[in-house]
Design a protein around this ligand. Sequence first.
Ligand SMILES: [Zn+2]
Length: 442
Amino acid sequence: MKRAIFDAKTRLLMRNDRRAFEVMVRNERLGGAAFEELSRGAATRIALHAFDSSPFYRELYAGAGFGREDVAEAGNFSALPVVTKAALRDAGDAVLSMTVPSSRALVSQTGGSTGSPLRVRNDQAAPTAAMWWRIYRWWGVHPADDMAFIYRRLRQGREALVYAAQWWPSRHLHLDARAITDDAIETFVRDWQRVRPRLLVAYVEGATAVATHLARTGRTLPTSAVSVTAAMLQPGQRALLESVFRAPVFDTYRSAEIPWIAAECEQHEGLHVAGDQRLVEIVDDAGRAVDAGTEGSVVVTDFSNEVFPLVRYEMGDRSRRLDGACACGRVFPRIAPVQGRLADVVRTPSGRRITGGLSGLFLGDPGAIRQMQVVQAADYAVTIRYVPTTPGGARDAAATAVRALRTLLDDDAVAVSAMEVESIESQGGKARLVISHAPDAP
Ligand SMILES: [Zn+2]
């Protein structure tokens, strides 16, 4: 019934999104060569649009020696300069396209948890609805199904009423990730049992907090699919969420700047890039592509934001490309779940910076812990704080992790220890993998 009403409503009101959705579902199954051509064409087109209409990009590309014909040449795309968050912040409105009507610009603010906030614009004309409809379909969820959300922002008053009317007759439950108290969770659980949502969409930390509370009293909240975002999903967290929500967990990669970048399919073998809408490159410090399997910096191009072009935009995250085809048969390339932030760095007194491998310290026994965090003091001493799956049950795994970290650091002057904790602190629903108070060596 709900699906039928949704169908009628979108036929009437969202004709463009429906059309985009049908094309997107077909694009997943293109042949390899046809997909490459689509991707290359879209990347070149948006870079040229940026050059032609955004003063920021015109100056950036011209300054690097690229003329209009060079930008129009598909083979040059991966040599175009990478755009950083700091550069966008400094450029301000110079990033905006001069040819796209400003009425299409939707303001989106990125979180300030890893630096100062950045104000970007999403494009109202982008087929964003179709993008999430398609990904929900990978999970067996229909956009009209009842859903629950654990988010960092709640709609209030009139905005909440408009939202509910828009979604009628589908029901959406919300829990504010910034204020997860036992009382708030109990209210959420009561609403859940009344609505029985088919999908939970949540920040990793929010979902973990709710699941931990329920697991303590042996309760479950069955649903069909759980989708998480905004932080690294640690293996123990996935196991906890699957046991409480009795459903597969789908990791997603998205941001305020670029929504719906990548998501897991039913195979759970990495995240498929929504490759007809975005290009994801994994690059080294010089902006050059690294081999599949090698960890590097994530650089994303959004094909569908013409208002505020994001071309070769450095996300500030680390990941790696996965080789080979996915068993699901979709042509879209895959990346490993995001392995932490570029800012997740442990330092040694001798001046080394360790950025990779930290997320894998417990890989020998991933089920032993729910979550961990590496904390480095000002004197370089490192503590692995971890939440065990059962109290006292991860001492061996922690000892192994300490040894693994000592090997990574390769510096006897750095003290390494492990500490069992009840929870890992998060800021606004996001927990950092590494917190370092140590200075860069002189
Ligand atoms: Zn797949």
